[in-house]
Design a protein around this ligand. Sequence first.
Ligand code: CA
Length: 459
Amino acid sequence: MTALAIIMSYEGVAQSLQKPNVIIILTDDQGYVDVGFNGSTEIPTPNIDRIAANGTVFSSGYVSYAVCGPSRAGLLTGRYQDRFGFGKNPLFAPNDSTMGLDRAEQTLADYLKQANYTTSIIGKWHLGAHPSLRPNERGFDEFFGFLSGGHDYFPENLVFEDEYAVKRNFDAYRTKLLRNHQRVEETEYLTDAFSREALSFIERNQDNPFFLYLAYNAPHAPMQATEKYLKRFTHISNEKRRTYAAMISAVDDGVGAMLDLLEKLKLEENTLVFFLSDNGGPPENTDNSPLRGYKGSFFEGGVRVPFAAQWKGTIPESCQYEHPVISLDIYGTVAALIGLETKNELDGVNLLPYLKGENMDVPHEALYWRNFNAGRFAIRTAQDKMTTEPDNQFLFDIRHDVSEKNNLAPANIGKMNELNQKIEAWKDLLKDPVFMGLMEDKAYSELHPDRFERKIENK
Ligand code: CA
Protein backbone atom coordinates (compact mmCIF):
# COMPACT_ATOMS: atom_id res chain seq x y z
CA MET A 1 0.00 0.00 0.00
CA THR A 2 1.39 3.41 -0.93
CA ALA A 3 1.49 6.26 1.58
CA LEU A 4 -1.26 8.03 -0.31
CA ALA A 5 -3.45 4.96 -0.27
CA ILE A 6 -2.88 4.63 3.46
CA ILE A 7 -3.90 8.26 4.02
CA MET A 8 -6.96 7.83 1.84
CA SER A 9 -7.92 4.65 3.57
CA TYR A 10 -7.42 6.37 6.95
CA GLU A 11 -9.72 9.17 5.82
CA GLY A 12 -12.18 6.53 4.75
CA VAL A 13 -12.14 5.16 8.28
CA ALA A 14 -12.57 8.65 9.74
CA GLN A 15 -15.54 9.18 7.47
CA SER A 16 -17.04 5.88 8.54
CA LEU A 17 -16.91 7.02 12.17
CA GLN A 18 -19.51 9.67 11.48
CA LYS A 19 -22.55 8.10 13.02
CA PRO A 20 -25.44 10.50 13.26
CA ASN A 21 -28.61 9.28 14.88
CA VAL A 22 -31.24 8.54 12.27
CA ILE A 23 -34.94 9.23 12.76
CA ILE A 24 -37.54 8.46 10.11
CA ILE A 25 -40.98 9.87 10.90
CA LEU A 26 -43.44 8.20 8.55
CA THR A 27 -47.10 9.19 8.38
CA ASP A 28 -49.73 7.09 6.67
CA ASP A 29 -51.94 8.32 3.81
CA GLN A 30 -51.25 12.01 4.40
CA GLY A 31 -52.21 14.24 1.46
CA TYR A 32 -49.48 16.17 -0.37
CA VAL A 33 -50.77 19.55 0.72
CA ASP A 34 -52.05 18.50 4.16
CA VAL A 35 -48.94 19.79 5.86
CA GLY A 36 -47.98 23.39 6.55
CA PHE A 37 -44.68 23.22 4.67
CA ASN A 38 -46.53 22.34 1.47
CA GLY A 39 -49.00 25.17 1.94
CA SER A 40 -51.83 23.93 4.15
CA THR A 41 -53.52 26.65 6.15
CA GLU A 42 -56.54 24.53 7.01
CA ILE A 43 -54.42 22.01 8.93
CA PRO A 44 -51.58 23.89 10.63
CA THR A 45 -48.55 21.70 11.42
CA PRO A 46 -46.19 24.14 13.15
CA ASN A 47 -43.96 21.37 14.50
CA ILE A 48 -43.61 19.29 11.36
CA ASP A 49 -42.86 22.61 9.66
CA ARG A 50 -39.90 23.05 11.99
CA ILE A 51 -38.23 20.16 10.12
CA ALA A 52 -38.66 22.17 6.93
CA ALA A 53 -37.33 25.33 8.58
CA ASN A 54 -34.38 23.45 10.09
CA GLY A 55 -33.71 21.66 6.81
CA THR A 56 -34.84 21.03 3.26
CA VAL A 57 -38.23 20.24 1.72
CA PHE A 58 -38.31 17.84 -1.22
CA SER A 59 -40.98 19.33 -3.46
CA SER A 60 -40.67 16.33 -5.81
CA GLY A 61 -40.29 13.70 -3.10
CA TYR A 62 -41.67 10.30 -4.08
CA VAL A 63 -42.34 6.93 -2.54
CA SER A 64 -41.86 3.66 -4.42
CA TYR A 65 -45.52 2.60 -4.38
CA ALA A 66 -48.96 4.15 -3.99
CA VAL A 67 -50.14 2.05 -1.03
CA CYS A 68 -48.71 1.18 2.36
CA GLY A 69 -46.98 -2.21 2.37
CA PRO A 70 -44.86 -2.07 -0.78
CA SER A 71 -43.89 1.54 -0.06
CA ARG A 72 -42.62 0.53 3.37
CA ALA A 73 -40.73 -2.46 1.93
CA GLY A 74 -38.95 -0.04 -0.42
CA LEU A 75 -38.24 2.48 2.32
CA LEU A 76 -36.68 -0.04 4.70
CA THR A 77 -34.56 -1.83 2.08
CA GLY A 78 -33.52 1.11 -0.11
CA ARG A 79 -34.57 -1.02 -3.08
CA TYR A 80 -37.50 -1.16 -5.44
CA GLN A 81 -39.72 -3.69 -3.68
CA ASP A 82 -40.54 -5.49 -6.93
CA ARG A 83 -36.92 -6.66 -6.99
CA PHE A 84 -37.88 -9.09 -4.22
CA GLY A 85 -41.50 -9.81 -5.07
CA PHE A 86 -43.17 -7.35 -2.67
CA GLY A 87 -45.52 -6.08 -5.37
CA LYS A 88 -48.71 -6.25 -3.33
CA ASN A 89 -50.11 -4.97 -0.07
CA PRO A 90 -49.77 -7.96 2.28
CA LEU A 91 -52.65 -9.65 4.03
CA PHE A 92 -52.65 -10.29 7.76
CA ALA A 93 -51.59 -13.94 7.87
CA PRO A 94 -49.65 -14.85 11.03
CA ASN A 95 -48.98 -18.45 9.94
CA ASP A 96 -47.52 -17.56 6.55
CA SER A 97 -43.74 -17.09 6.40
CA THR A 98 -43.93 -15.85 2.80
CA MET A 99 -46.44 -13.08 3.54
CA GLY A 100 -44.07 -10.18 4.09
CA LEU A 101 -40.56 -8.90 3.56
CA ASP A 102 -38.25 -11.55 2.07
CA ARG A 103 -35.72 -12.59 4.70
CA ALA A 104 -32.92 -12.29 2.14
CA GLU A 105 -33.40 -8.52 2.28
CA GLN A 106 -31.28 -6.42 4.63
CA THR A 107 -33.37 -3.77 6.35
CA LEU A 108 -31.93 -0.41 7.27
CA ALA A 109 -32.14 -1.60 10.89
CA ASP A 110 -30.09 -4.74 10.06
CA TYR A 111 -27.55 -2.51 8.36
CA LEU A 112 -27.28 -0.04 11.23
CA LYS A 113 -27.00 -2.86 13.79
CA GLN A 114 -23.70 -3.73 12.13
CA ALA A 115 -22.54 -0.21 12.93
CA ASN A 116 -23.56 -0.68 16.59
CA TYR A 117 -26.70 1.40 16.45
CA THR A 118 -29.56 0.76 18.83
CA THR A 119 -32.64 0.37 16.66
CA SER A 120 -36.33 0.84 17.31
CA ILE A 121 -39.57 0.74 15.41
CA ILE A 122 -42.56 2.40 16.98
CA GLY A 123 -45.92 2.11 15.20
CA LYS A 124 -47.01 0.23 12.12
CA TRP A 125 -44.97 -2.66 10.72
CA HIS A 126 -47.05 -4.19 7.88
CA LEU A 127 -44.12 -6.24 6.53
CA GLY A 128 -45.19 -9.63 7.84
CA ALA A 129 -46.99 -11.05 10.89
CA HIS A 130 -45.31 -14.49 10.86
CA PRO A 131 -42.88 -14.78 13.80
CA SER A 132 -39.91 -14.99 11.41
CA LEU A 133 -40.87 -11.71 9.75
CA ARG A 134 -41.52 -9.49 12.76
CA PRO A 135 -39.49 -6.39 13.61
CA ASN A 136 -37.32 -8.05 16.27
CA GLU A 137 -36.21 -10.57 13.62
CA ARG A 138 -35.50 -7.82 11.07
CA GLY A 139 -32.87 -5.76 12.82
CA PHE A 140 -34.92 -3.90 15.40
CA ASP A 141 -33.79 -4.14 19.03
CA GLU A 142 -37.10 -2.69 20.14
CA PHE A 143 -40.62 -2.83 18.78
CA PHE A 144 -43.68 -1.07 20.13
CA GLY A 145 -46.71 -1.13 17.90
CA PHE A 146 -48.67 -3.48 15.69
CA LEU A 147 -48.13 -5.84 12.76
CA SER A 148 -51.16 -5.18 10.54
CA GLY A 149 -51.86 -2.61 7.83
CA GLY A 150 -53.81 -0.29 10.10
CA HIS A 151 -55.09 0.02 13.61
CA ASP A 152 -57.78 1.49 15.82
CA TYR A 153 -56.66 4.47 17.87
CA PHE A 154 -58.84 4.30 20.97
CA PRO A 155 -57.44 1.89 23.58
CA GLU A 156 -60.91 0.66 24.54
CA ASN A 157 -61.29 -0.69 20.97
CA LEU A 158 -58.30 -3.03 21.32
CA VAL A 159 -60.25 -6.09 22.36
CA PHE A 160 -58.41 -8.95 20.64
CA GLU A 161 -55.81 -10.59 22.84
CA ASP A 162 -53.48 -11.54 20.03
CA GLU A 163 -53.17 -12.40 16.33
CA TYR A 164 -55.01 -15.71 16.77
CA ALA A 165 -58.08 -14.09 18.30
CA VAL A 166 -58.52 -12.46 14.90
CA LYS A 167 -61.08 -14.03 12.58
CA ARG A 168 -60.97 -11.61 9.64
CA ASN A 169 -58.22 -9.53 8.04
CA PHE A 170 -59.45 -6.23 9.45
CA ASP A 171 -59.96 -7.62 12.97
CA ALA A 172 -56.20 -7.18 13.26
CA TYR A 173 -56.85 -3.45 13.60
CA ARG A 174 -58.23 -4.15 17.07
CA THR A 175 -55.54 -6.39 18.56
CA LYS A 176 -53.67 -5.31 21.66
CA LEU A 177 -50.33 -3.68 20.93
CA LEU A 178 -47.00 -5.48 21.08
CA ARG A 179 -43.92 -4.52 23.01
CA ASN A 180 -41.38 -6.80 21.38
CA HIS A 181 -43.06 -10.23 21.77
CA GLN A 182 -45.44 -9.30 24.58
CA ARG A 183 -48.97 -7.97 24.30
CA VAL A 184 -49.52 -4.86 26.39
CA GLU A 185 -52.49 -3.01 27.85
CA GLU A 186 -52.33 0.48 26.35
CA THR A 187 -54.32 3.29 27.92
CA GLU A 188 -53.55 6.27 25.67
CA TYR A 189 -54.79 7.41 22.29
CA LEU A 190 -52.57 5.50 19.87
CA THR A 191 -50.74 8.45 18.32
CA ASP A 192 -49.97 9.87 21.77
CA ALA A 193 -48.72 6.45 22.88
CA PHE A 194 -46.32 6.26 19.92
CA SER A 195 -45.02 9.77 20.64
CA ARG A 196 -44.51 8.84 24.31
CA GLU A 197 -42.52 5.75 23.32
CA ALA A 198 -40.41 7.77 20.87
CA LEU A 199 -39.39 10.24 23.58
CA SER A 200 -38.55 7.39 25.93
CA PHE A 201 -36.38 5.67 23.30
CA ILE A 202 -34.44 8.85 22.55
CA GLU A 203 -33.93 9.63 26.26
CA ARG A 204 -32.63 6.14 26.90
CA ASN A 205 -30.27 6.17 23.93
CA GLN A 206 -29.01 9.74 23.94
CA ASP A 207 -25.41 8.55 24.45
CA ASN A 208 -25.32 5.86 21.72
CA PRO A 209 -25.98 6.09 18.02
CA PHE A 210 -29.62 5.22 17.49
CA PHE A 211 -32.07 4.58 14.67
CA LEU A 212 -35.72 5.33 15.32
CA TYR A 213 -38.31 4.38 12.74
CA LEU A 214 -41.39 6.18 14.02
CA ALA A 215 -44.14 4.84 11.79
CA TYR A 216 -47.32 6.58 12.89
CA ASN A 217 -50.42 5.03 11.34
CA ALA A 218 -52.13 8.43 11.51
CA PRO A 219 -53.93 9.75 9.56
CA HIS A 220 -54.84 6.35 7.98
CA ALA A 221 -58.39 5.08 8.53
CA PRO A 222 -60.27 4.52 10.79
CA MET A 223 -60.98 8.20 11.37
CA GLN A 224 -60.63 8.49 15.16
CA ALA A 225 -59.43 11.45 17.19
CA THR A 226 -59.76 12.71 20.74
CA GLU A 227 -61.45 15.95 21.79
CA LYS A 228 -58.07 17.50 22.58
CA TYR A 229 -57.24 17.52 18.86
CA LEU A 230 -60.74 17.79 17.39
CA LYS A 231 -61.41 21.10 19.11
CA ARG A 232 -58.56 22.68 17.14
CA PHE A 233 -60.56 22.25 13.93
CA THR A 234 -63.98 23.74 14.52
CA HIS A 235 -63.43 25.66 11.25
CA ILE A 236 -63.74 22.39 9.28
CA SER A 237 -67.40 21.47 8.85
CA ASN A 238 -66.98 18.04 7.24
CA GLU A 239 -66.75 15.69 10.19
CA LYS A 240 -64.39 13.17 8.58
CA ARG A 241 -62.10 15.88 7.28
CA ARG A 242 -62.11 17.45 10.75
CA THR A 243 -61.14 14.13 12.33
CA TYR A 244 -58.41 13.58 9.74
CA ALA A 245 -57.04 17.06 10.52
CA ALA A 246 -57.11 16.28 14.25
CA MET A 247 -55.20 13.04 13.64
CA ILE A 248 -52.46 14.96 11.82
CA SER A 249 -52.42 17.50 14.64
CA ALA A 250 -51.75 14.71 17.13
CA VAL A 251 -48.74 13.65 15.05
CA ASP A 252 -47.63 17.27 14.96
CA ASP A 253 -47.66 17.50 18.75
CA GLY A 254 -45.56 14.35 18.95
CA VAL A 255 -43.06 15.67 16.41
CA GLY A 256 -42.83 18.92 18.38
CA ALA A 257 -42.07 17.11 21.63
CA MET A 258 -39.43 15.05 19.87
CA LEU A 259 -37.74 18.06 18.29
CA ASP A 260 -37.78 19.81 21.67
CA LEU A 261 -36.09 16.78 23.21
CA LEU A 262 -33.39 16.65 20.53
CA GLU A 263 -32.73 20.33 21.20
CA LYS A 264 -32.63 19.85 24.96
CA LEU A 265 -30.24 16.91 24.68
CA LYS A 266 -28.08 18.87 22.21
CA LEU A 267 -28.52 16.16 19.58
CA GLU A 268 -29.72 18.31 16.69
CA GLU A 269 -26.34 18.50 14.97
CA ASN A 270 -25.87 14.78 15.39
CA THR A 271 -29.29 13.62 14.23
CA LEU A 272 -30.59 13.18 10.71
CA VAL A 273 -34.39 13.46 10.69
CA PHE A 274 -36.62 12.54 7.76
CA PHE A 275 -40.33 13.20 7.58
CA LEU A 276 -42.56 11.72 4.86
CA SER A 277 -45.87 10.01 4.14
CA ASP A 278 -45.92 6.41 2.85
CA ASN A 279 -48.23 7.27 -0.09
CA GLY A 280 -50.56 10.00 -1.24
CA GLY A 281 -53.86 10.85 0.39
CA PRO A 282 -56.91 8.70 -0.43
CA PRO A 283 -59.94 10.29 -2.11
CA GLU A 284 -61.84 10.63 1.15
CA ASN A 285 -60.87 13.46 3.51
CA THR A 286 -57.48 14.43 2.05
CA ASP A 287 -56.08 17.16 -0.14
CA ASN A 288 -53.41 16.30 -2.70
CA SER A 289 -53.81 19.49 -4.68
CA PRO A 290 -52.44 20.55 -7.08
CA LEU A 291 -51.63 16.94 -7.86
CA ARG A 292 -53.84 14.62 -9.88
CA GLY A 293 -54.96 11.32 -8.40
CA TYR A 294 -54.96 9.70 -5.00
CA LYS A 295 -53.55 6.82 -2.98
CA GLY A 296 -53.37 3.78 -5.26
CA SER A 297 -52.76 5.80 -8.42
CA PHE A 298 -49.49 6.42 -10.27
CA PHE A 299 -50.57 9.96 -10.99
CA GLU A 300 -48.59 12.29 -8.78
CA GLY A 301 -51.27 12.33 -6.06
CA GLY A 302 -50.56 8.65 -5.35
CA VAL A 303 -46.78 8.71 -5.13
CA ARG A 304 -45.55 12.27 -4.56
CA VAL A 305 -45.71 12.93 -0.82
CA PRO A 306 -44.93 15.47 1.87
CA PHE A 307 -41.18 14.92 2.39
CA ALA A 308 -38.51 16.89 4.27
CA ALA A 309 -35.21 16.32 6.07
CA GLN A 310 -33.20 18.15 8.69
CA TRP A 311 -29.68 17.76 10.00
CA LYS A 312 -28.53 20.98 11.57
CA GLY A 313 -25.13 22.10 10.42
CA THR A 314 -25.11 19.65 7.48
CA ILE A 315 -28.33 19.96 5.46
CA PRO A 316 -29.06 23.57 4.40
CA GLU A 317 -31.84 25.24 6.36
CA SER A 318 -35.11 26.63 4.97
CA CYS A 319 -34.41 25.25 1.50
CA GLN A 320 -36.47 23.54 -1.13
CA TYR A 321 -34.97 20.84 -3.36
CA GLU A 322 -36.83 20.41 -6.62
CA HIS A 323 -35.23 17.49 -8.46
CA PRO A 324 -36.98 14.15 -8.00
CA VAL A 325 -35.91 12.10 -4.99
CA ILE A 326 -37.43 8.93 -3.57
CA SER A 327 -37.90 7.32 -0.16
CA LEU A 328 -35.26 4.72 -1.17
CA ASP A 329 -32.68 7.52 -0.92
CA ILE A 330 -32.97 7.52 2.87
CA TYR A 331 -31.13 4.18 3.01
CA GLY A 332 -28.76 5.36 0.27
CA THR A 333 -27.87 8.46 2.28
CA VAL A 334 -27.38 6.60 5.54
CA ALA A 335 -25.28 3.87 3.92
CA ALA A 336 -22.97 6.51 2.41
CA LEU A 337 -22.47 8.04 5.86
CA ILE A 338 -21.76 4.74 7.60
CA GLY A 339 -19.58 3.40 4.82
CA LEU A 340 -20.21 -0.32 5.37
CA GLU A 341 -21.07 -2.39 2.35
CA THR A 342 -24.75 -3.21 1.96
CA LYS A 343 -25.79 -6.82 1.45
CA ASN A 344 -27.81 -6.06 -1.69
CA GLU A 345 -27.53 -3.44 -4.39
CA LEU A 346 -29.40 -0.28 -3.42
CA ASP A 347 -31.58 1.79 -5.71
CA GLY A 348 -31.45 4.75 -3.34
CA VAL A 349 -28.60 7.25 -3.56
CA ASN A 350 -26.81 9.55 -1.14
CA LEU A 351 -28.70 12.84 -1.21
CA LEU A 352 -26.22 14.89 0.83
CA PRO A 353 -23.97 16.03 -2.05
CA TYR A 354 -27.07 17.26 -3.89
CA LEU A 355 -28.54 19.02 -0.87
CA LYS A 356 -25.23 20.68 -0.05
CA GLY A 357 -24.83 21.90 -3.64
CA GLU A 358 -21.71 19.81 -4.24
CA ASN A 359 -23.44 17.96 -7.05
CA MET A 360 -25.74 20.00 -9.28
CA ASP A 361 -26.81 17.03 -11.40
CA VAL A 362 -30.08 15.16 -10.83
CA PRO A 363 -29.86 12.33 -8.26
CA HIS A 364 -31.70 9.86 -10.52
CA GLU A 365 -31.76 9.43 -14.26
CA ALA A 366 -35.24 8.00 -13.76
CA LEU A 367 -37.60 6.76 -11.04
CA TYR A 368 -39.91 3.78 -11.70
CA TRP A 369 -43.13 2.25 -10.46
CA ARG A 370 -44.96 -1.00 -11.21
CA ASN A 371 -48.47 -2.13 -10.29
CA PHE A 372 -48.29 -5.82 -11.17
CA ASN A 373 -52.01 -6.63 -11.13
CA ALA A 374 -52.98 -3.62 -13.21
CA GLY A 375 -50.09 -4.04 -15.67
CA ARG A 376 -49.33 -0.38 -14.95
CA PHE A 377 -45.92 1.23 -15.08
CA ALA A 378 -44.73 4.76 -14.50
CA ILE A 379 -41.44 6.53 -15.03
CA ARG A 380 -40.30 9.97 -13.91
CA THR A 381 -37.25 11.66 -15.39
CA ALA A 382 -36.11 15.23 -14.78
CA GLN A 383 -38.42 16.45 -17.55
CA ASP A 384 -41.06 13.82 -18.12
CA LYS A 385 -43.59 11.63 -16.44
CA MET A 386 -45.09 8.71 -18.33
CA THR A 387 -47.68 6.21 -17.12
CA THR A 388 -48.68 3.21 -19.19
CA GLU A 389 -51.29 0.52 -18.67
CA PRO A 390 -52.96 -1.86 -21.09
CA ASP A 391 -55.61 0.62 -22.25
CA ASN A 392 -54.05 4.00 -21.51
CA GLN A 393 -50.88 5.94 -22.02
CA PHE A 394 -50.04 9.28 -20.45
CA LEU A 395 -47.08 11.54 -21.01
CA PHE A 396 -46.73 14.84 -19.17
CA ASP A 397 -44.26 17.70 -19.20
CA ILE A 398 -44.22 17.29 -15.46
CA ARG A 399 -42.13 20.32 -14.53
CA HIS A 400 -44.66 22.63 -16.19
CA ASP A 401 -47.75 20.47 -15.74
CA VAL A 402 -47.58 19.18 -12.19
CA SER A 403 -51.34 18.53 -12.25
CA GLU A 404 -50.93 16.13 -15.23
CA LYS A 405 -53.68 17.79 -17.24
CA ASN A 406 -52.23 17.91 -20.71
CA ASN A 407 -51.57 14.40 -22.06
CA LEU A 408 -48.80 14.65 -24.65
CA ALA A 409 -48.73 10.92 -25.41
CA PRO A 410 -50.50 10.90 -28.77
CA ALA A 411 -48.09 13.37 -30.35
CA ASN A 412 -44.84 12.06 -28.88
CA ILE A 413 -44.38 8.46 -29.98
CA GLY A 414 -40.59 8.88 -30.14
CA LYS A 415 -40.30 10.00 -26.54
CA MET A 416 -42.75 7.32 -25.42
CA ASN A 417 -40.59 4.67 -27.08
CA GLU A 418 -37.50 6.04 -25.40
CA LEU A 419 -39.13 5.96 -21.96
CA ASN A 420 -40.60 2.53 -22.65
CA GLN A 421 -37.12 1.21 -23.36
CA LYS A 422 -35.99 2.39 -19.94
CA ILE A 423 -38.98 0.66 -18.33
CA GLU A 424 -38.24 -2.55 -20.25
CA ALA A 425 -34.65 -2.53 -18.96
CA TRP A 426 -35.89 -1.92 -15.41
CA LYS A 427 -38.40 -4.77 -15.67
CA ASP A 428 -35.52 -7.22 -16.08
CA LEU A 429 -34.59 -6.57 -12.44
CA LEU A 430 -38.02 -7.45 -11.08
CA LYS A 431 -39.69 -10.51 -9.63
CA ASP A 432 -43.36 -11.35 -9.79
CA PRO A 433 -45.19 -10.92 -6.48
CA VAL A 434 -44.44 -13.76 -4.05
CA PHE A 435 -47.64 -13.47 -2.00
CA MET A 436 -51.32 -12.76 -2.51
CA GLY A 437 -52.41 -9.24 -1.70
CA LEU A 438 -55.13 -7.36 0.10
CA MET A 439 -57.38 -7.49 -2.95
CA GLU A 440 -57.28 -11.31 -2.75
CA ASP A 441 -58.37 -11.56 0.88
CA LYS A 442 -61.29 -13.90 0.23
CA ALA A 443 -59.39 -16.18 -2.14
CA TYR A 444 -56.50 -16.39 0.31
CA SER A 445 -58.79 -17.40 3.17
CA GLU A 446 -60.35 -20.10 0.99
CA LEU A 447 -56.91 -21.46 0.15
CA HIS A 448 -55.83 -21.23 3.79
CA PRO A 449 -58.82 -22.17 5.97
CA ASP A 450 -56.45 -22.37 8.97
CA ARG A 451 -55.28 -18.80 8.37
CA PHE A 452 -55.94 -17.60 11.92
CA GLU A 453 -55.55 -20.88 13.79
CA ARG A 454 -52.87 -20.94 16.44
CA LYS A 455 -50.09 -22.87 14.71
CA ILE A 456 -47.14 -21.22 16.34
CA GLU A 457 -46.61 -20.55 20.01
CA ASN A 458 -45.63 -17.01 20.88
CA LYS A 459 -42.15 -16.45 22.21
CA1 CA B 1 -50.48 4.30 3.55
